[in-house]
Structure formats: C-alpha cells, structure tokens
Write a protein that binds this ligand. Structure first.
Ligand code: SGN
Ligand code: CA
Length: 520
C-alpha cells in the first residue's frame, strides 16, 4: 500500500503533468516535487502601465521578464472590480454572492473553503504577505503578515500572525523584504510553497518612494482620446464621481499641501491631504518636501484654470502613479532574482496580476468598479516552467486562479467552485471553459465614487450591462466601438444579439446561484 506521502505524490504526477523537477525522495525511485506558486498581486495596477502590454507610459523590465518567459493574457477579467470582493473571488474561485463578500464593507467568512486551505491539505506551506483587505483574520495560511486595511505607504503597520508591528520604510520595499525573509528562512523548505505577495501599491493616493520622486518630472503624457467623454447614452457613467477634472483632489490626491495653506480643496480631503506626513520620519519628510515644494511653487505661479488645469492634474496623477509602479517593478525584480539565485525559478509558477484594472484618464476617470474594459480587464501574466510563451486571447477570470492552482498542485477541484482551471492554456493545450461568456456583478452603491450597481455578460464580440436599480441596459459592439462610447441597446438591428446575450446572462446567473438578480 502507498504511504500517505506517496499517494499525494502519485496524485500530483497524474494531476499536474507539468514538466517536473525530478528529485530523489531518499529511496531508489525518483519522484516529482510539486510546483511552488508565487502569486504576486498589486492593488489597482492597470495593464496600460505594464510595458509587456503597452509601452506608451512606462517600461517595466522586471514584470516584462515574467512575460518574456511566460504567457500574457489579453482577455483577463475580474468578477467584481473592487479590492475586497476581487480578493474573495480569487481565494474561493466563486462569484461574490456565493462567497459572501460583495463589497468593501463586507467581512470575509474565513471558515469557508479557499484554495490556500486546499493546498495545505495537499502538503503545501502557504503564506500571505502585504495587502489583505478582507477584514477578518486570514485562515488557511501557515504564515500571514498583512497590512491593516489599505495600509500606509510609509512606515506601515502590519499584523504578523496576530501581532501588530510597525515597520520602517516604504511599503513596497518592506513587503518585498518580508516575502524574501519568509522564502529564505520562514518556510519549511521540505514542502512546496504557495506565497501570496500582495502589494498595496499603486493604490490611491499614489505616494512614490522618495528615491523615485525625480522620475517622469519632464514627461508629458498624451491625454487619452476619451478624456473629455460626454457620457451620451450612458446614464450611470454620467452620474459618477471619479473624474480627474472634478473629483481628483489637489491637496489630497495631487499632494499640493502648501506650507502657507493658500491652496484649498474639498475640506475633508484637504484635511487628509495635509496629514500626508503623519507617518513619515524626518528624513522621508525632507526628501518629500525637496521634491513637492518646488512643484507646488510652480503650480501656484502658473494660476491654471479650465482645460489647462485638467491637463496639469492628469500629468501630475500619471507621474506619481508611474513612480509608484517603478518601485513595484524594481521589487518584482528582487523576487525574480532571488528565485533564480536559489534555483527555485524552474519549479515555481509565477503569477503577476492586479485586483482589477484602473483608469488612466480614459473617460476622464481614475478608480475602477465599472464593467467597462479598463476596470473589468486586469493584467495577468503567468510563467509556468516548461509552459508556453507568448500571449493568449483566452477569456479567463479571477475565479479561475483557485482551480488553476489546485490542478497544478494535483489536488481535486471541488465541484462547487465556479471558476475553471486554465492550466491547459498555460501548457498550450485545448481549453474548454465551463461557461459561455464572462459574468460580472458589482454591488457597492452608494459609495464615494457613485458607481451604480450593475451586472452583465461579455463575449468575444459584445458586452451587455444591466444597471438594475434604474432598469437601464447598455450594449456594446466591442469590435466596432472599442472605447464603449456608443450604447446600442434597443437600436434597430440589435434584437438578435441582445436576445442571445440575455440568454447567456440568465444561464450564467443560474450557474452561479444568482437567480434573484435575473431581470423580470
Ligand atoms: C478608498 C479610496 C477610493 C477607492 C476605494 C476602494 N479612497 O476608499 O478611491 O475606490 O478605496 O479601493 S481613499 O481616499 O481612501 O484613497 S480598493 O481597490 O481598495 O477597493
Ligand atoms: Ca484595488
């Protein structure tokens, strides 16, 4: 009879079938060592600012290293474009209603099934380091060291296995240090590992590391084509509060906290913006002021208004965001170097993703939440040792990560998981997903950015969205209208495609237990 360990290894061989690293198990036979999993996720990282996707704004040589040796997904979507819900979808492989975490005010029920728990049963050592944002304490991890809520960029406080610890430094560097420490000496090296390395960067308010403040100072980025969108035919889009022009705050978001308090913005945000130093040490403050005092002085002297002010805000936003990404990319490089130096790269699946996409001024916006492409799509780059390289058009979703990791580990995929393993895609094999279109459902309203609740379905060519509180539908032909400016719902000639999409939508709602949301 096979011992428990051997049974696990035998299952792993059958289930994984990914070019294995052969190791001696101390007996005469050679067996496969299960593949490690490194799941790197940034908060709010747009695919527009990863040069493997788009080099208009920035070069990200280290994230591109993963892409050069792996697969870049061009049609990777989230199930609910907001942090906590997105993370809950990933952990459970289930849509929001089923996992119970529908918006950022929810608390994750940690007693439910998650992929880290199932990997533990499979013999994995699991850890989550960085942003967690699920309110309840992590379960299913041998080690956890998480930021509180959104976490701070400077000298952030973590909760390490239940104990609060403030750590000196810049969040992206500190989080990476913690991950490298765990890889080096915190884990049980006899076991395969699954590490969730989840950065808070580049979340609002996009505070760069002091060493990156000088970057992009002279860059002038082209305004997106849709920056001055008038939202015609899109009622919900017209009602939002995430406009760079109207809602991006000079003091809070753009750091114009002048020492003589002559610049005023929205009172509550201005107050927060003037607390920018609250966590910084004297050295950090000095470097910060050395940069921003000059920017503030120039801004005041320029006396900008109207479209000139809008353009300035856009440039300032982009510069800070890209500086934050520069630090993310550098830190990704540190982790990749470590894996290579330690000989782990050949036996580790590396995933780079974000909890959702983000607006870089498209439609005039920052933030996310919508089922429109920039926030519904999210970057996803996966390097499977021995797997295929290049790009994939497969329509994958963040509920698919859990079953993918489980299949890779040779574990059984529970039948209640909604997602579908895309391991075949990584191996260059035929992929037959368990769905006909991708389902989306966003629940957080009312909220500071005033995005109405909506759900919908996307196929390769079309997108149907239902803002159900207002009974409003939108339909886009994605081939003819890539910026989703022309809502053709109800237009003559769209009857057939609308009926087809509604049928797919209802089918998916039934599949995911969302019958209560089927439009009557
Ligand atoms: C905070 C931000 C919002 C952002 C949400 C959700 N405001 O509330 O702009 O949409 O987080 O982001 S802030 O003033 O606190 O920065 S999420 O990605 O974490 O869901
Ligand atoms: Ca986010």
């Amino acid at each position: 009879m096979l011992s428990k360990t051997k049974k696990m290894i035998a299952r792993s061989v059958a289930g994984a079938a990914v070019l294995p690293l052969l190791v001696s198990c101390g007996e005469s036979e050679k067996v496969e060592k299960p593949m490690n999993i490194l799941f790197i996720m940034c908060d709010d990282h747009s695919y527009q600012t990863i040069s493997a996707y788009d080099s208009t704004f920035i070069r990200t040589p280290n994230i591109d290293r993963i892409a050069a040796d792996g697969l870049r997904f061009n049609n990777s979507f989230v199930a609910n474009s907001i942090s906590g819900p997105s993370r809950a979808c990933m952990l459970t492989g289930k849509h929001s209603l089923a996992n119970g975490f529908t918006d950022n005010s929810s608390s994750f029920d940690g007693s439910q099934q998650t992929f880290p728990k199932l990997l533990q049963q499979q013999g994995y050592e699991t850890a989550v380091i960085g942003k967690w944002h699920l309110t309840s304490e992590p379960t299913g991890f041998n080690h956890w060291d998480i930021l509180i809520g959104q976490g701070d960029y400077y000298n952030p406080t973590f909760i390490c296995n239940g104990e609060k610890i403030q750590r000196e430094g810049y969040a992206t560097n500190v989080t990476t240090d913690l991950a490298l420490d765990w890889l080096e000496s915190g884990r049980n090296a006899e076991k395969p590992f699954c590490l969730l390395l989840h950065h808070k960067a580049p979340h609002r308010t996009w505070m760069p590391d002091t060493c990156d403040l000088g970057l992009f100072a002279d860059s002038n980025f082209p305004l997106p084509e849709t920056f001055y969108d008038n939202y015609e035919g899109r009622l919900a889009a017209a009602g939002q509060k995430m406009s760079i022009s109207k809602d991006m705050d000079l003091v809070y978001d753009l750091k114009m906290a002048d020492k003589d308090s002559a610049i005023h913005s929205r009172p509550d945000l201005e107050e927060w913006g003037r607390r920018i130093y609250s966590n910084m040490n004297p050295e950090q403050k000095k470097a910060w002021d050395a940069h921003y005092d000059e920017v503030i002085a120039k801004f005041k002297a320029a006396g900008l208004e109207g479209k000139d002010l809008d353009a300035w805000k856009y440039q300032q936003y982009m510069r800070d965001y890209l500086r934050v990404i520069t630090s993310v990319d550098r830190n990704v490089g540190r982790v990749l170097d470590y894996l290579e130096e330690k000989g782990l790269a050949d036996n580790t699946l590396i995933v780079y993703t974000s909890d959702q996409g983000f607006y870089m001024g498209e439609h005039g916006w920052f933030d996310k939440r919508w089922m429109y492409e920039e926030s519904f799509r999210t970057p996803l780059i996966v390097r499977l040792p021995g797997g295929v390289k290049g790009e994939s058009m497969a329509m994958v979703q963040n509920i698919d990560y859990a079953p993918t990791f489980l299949e890779l580990a040779g574990a059984e995929i529970p039948s209640d998981i909604h997602g579908c393993s895309f391991l075949p895609v990584l191996k260059g094999e035929e992929w037959l997903p368990n769905r006909d279109g991708v389902y989306y459902h966003y629940y957080e309203y009312p909220d500071e950015h005033a995005v109405k609740r909506h759900l919908g379905v996307r196929t390769e060519t079309h997108k149907l969205i239902h803002f159900y509180d207002d009974g409003v539908w939108e339909l886009y032909d994605l081939n003819a209208d890539k910026h989703e400016l022309n809502n053709i719902y109800g237009k003559p000639g769209t009857e057939e495609v609308t009926a087809l999409l509604k049928e797919k939508l209802v089918k998916l709602q039934k599949q995911y237990g969302e019958e209560q949301f089927i439009a009557q």
